[in-house]
Design a protein around this ligand. Sequence first.
Ligand SMILES: NC(=O)C1=CN([C@@H]2O[C@H](COP(=O)(O)OP(=O)(O)OC[C@H]3O[C@@H](n4cnc5c(N)ncnc54)[C@H](O)[C@@H]3O)[C@@H](O)[C@H]2O)C=CC1
Ligand SMILES: CC(=O)C(=O)O
Ligand SMILES: [Mg+2]
Length: 581
Amino acid sequence: MVAEPSRQRSTTLRGAELLNDPLLNKGTAFSRAERQALGLEALLPWQVETIEAQVERCRLAFGAMGSDLERYAYLQTLRERNVTLFHRFLADHIELAMPIVYTPTVGQAIQHFSHSYRSPSQGIYLAAPQQERLEELLAQACGDHSPELLLVTDAQGILGIGDQGVGGIQICQGKLAVYTLCAGLDPARGLPVMLDVGTDRPELLADPCYPGLRQPRLQGEAYTVFLDRFITAVQRVCPGALVHWEDFGAAHARPVLEAYRHRVPSFNDDIQGTSSVAAAAILAGLRGLGKPLADQQIVIFGAGSAGCGIAERLWRLLQRAGLSAAAAADRLWLIDRDGLIHTGTPALSEGARPFAKTQQQLAARFGAEACESSQGPGLLAVVEAVRPGVLIGTSTAAGAFDQAVVEALCGGGERPIVLPLSNPTHLAEITPENLLRWSQGQALVATGSPFAAVACTGSAGQPIERVIGQCNNCFVFPGLGYGAVAVGATAVSDTMIDASIEALARVIPAASDPEAPLMPPLSAVQAVSRAVAEAVALAAVQEGLARHAITPEAARNRLDAARWTPIYTELLALDEASAAR
Ligand SMILES: NC(=O)C1=CN([C@@H]2O[C@H](COP(=O)(O)OP(=O)(O)OC[C@H]3O[C@@H](n4cnc5c(N)ncnc54)[C@H](O)[C@@H]3O)[C@@H](O)[C@H]2O)C=CC1
Ligand SMILES: CC(=O)C(=O)O
Ligand SMILES: [Mg+2]
């Protein structure tokens, strides 16, 4: 339940104009006095309702819908009409609503965007032909309410479903809803930004209903110039705002992060947020199993933004656990479309380069013939040769962790940690049900999208139900972003990200019991986000990166003071003349 501090606000809006303002609208919850003062008396049915009664009506309507896509559309409409009620519904029904506004349903909604688009919803579109006016357009969109957090995508790599053009704005809206739900970011302070640099998806280019720019994506220098202009506009219009980069394609995600992380406070969620949740799950799982990280071999299947981000973070943690940089890199085995990544892999990415195995390493593990082809050994061969304690999937290759792979992982009675992180649900590298069946209940698992509990046999032969934790960056990015914004962090440092890992790892149930879930339940996501935000804010203070707080106490106070809760504000009528004074 949400506590109800009293809040008041004045407005010059009256009647329908007020009902059409989603940040101020309360619908049937306007009191008699407000209705009278604000010209609403004939515009609302007679009953004055509480927000709880409104939430119950929403729950009934939501439950009566025939499909998740309809539920998504219903919640979008609610958000466009009444932001407070939308967020209160989410807060009171997290486990029902989160899979709709976020993965997996948001992915489906994005794929239907061209055909379901009705009216401008929350957020802005900045298109390539407007690139000389980005500052003016951003200023126009922000008005007097400079955002503190910009959630920015170019939609080239939405979840695991690739280039989605301007429909990608809905991932920004979904992530911002999660920021508010989990961390308490004021919805008026977050802005979804869709950078429309074109699309390379032929179906969108050919679709007369596609509402975005119908041209191939900007490439090379033209892309860089556009991004540069955008960042310059951000620096001028909303100085100090945090930029959260989301779902860029693999070719741009890392270069964009590196190019601008020193110009604006920013992080890439797919690279850094994901690395945090994966690292926390691994640390907690190993603690529960009583195994040191420094002893592990780790296989990462899918060496794109998320996979390389996880590798880089684990590399850092392995070094902190006492290994040299070279020995730590040797523990990480990255596999992509061309098999195990090695120094002869074609088009080796910057993110994967530190982990590329040398020809000598290939020969030592897989025999001399492994060096004869640019194609590296495949997943099964790597698992058989390396016997990893941890297997991570960030490939979008549904079902790639098959029975042979699982049996090889568990050979010798090992209890591996397996994280099939690809989203949405149908792209998971393995279902928890198959994993637990083929590993005879031995594997520890957490998935990117939500999965139902699996019936298993316990260690004493008794029937048990294994609850499947959701290893999704939603357990980190709300706290990371909110913590950074609350103290006015001038950068998002590696130390701040490390702090988020430890805060999350501490509350993962499997850390003390390997049969318990490998992530906290969604119902705990608000408490987890608060702990992550605090750890991040304190790390920023310690590093001297916090503009708004110089002591830990001040940082904690700012986290509490900035927190927005979905309760209605009492509205007072303000006349135009007083407003002008
Ligand atoms: N659970 C979570 O919190 C997160 C999950 N993800 C998921 O991870 C997946 C990857 O995301 P990104 O890294 O952003 O995409 P990406 O496109 O940057 O990386 C995917 C990589 O997988 C490789 N790949 C594709 N098919 C393969 C195959 N058959 N075998 C081996 N490698 C293959 C691609 O070549 C590419 O390098 C997506 O499904 C995404 O939804 C991403 C971020 C967070
Ligand atoms: C969760 C997320 O960021 C992704 O799947 O891309
Ligand atoms: Mg993402």
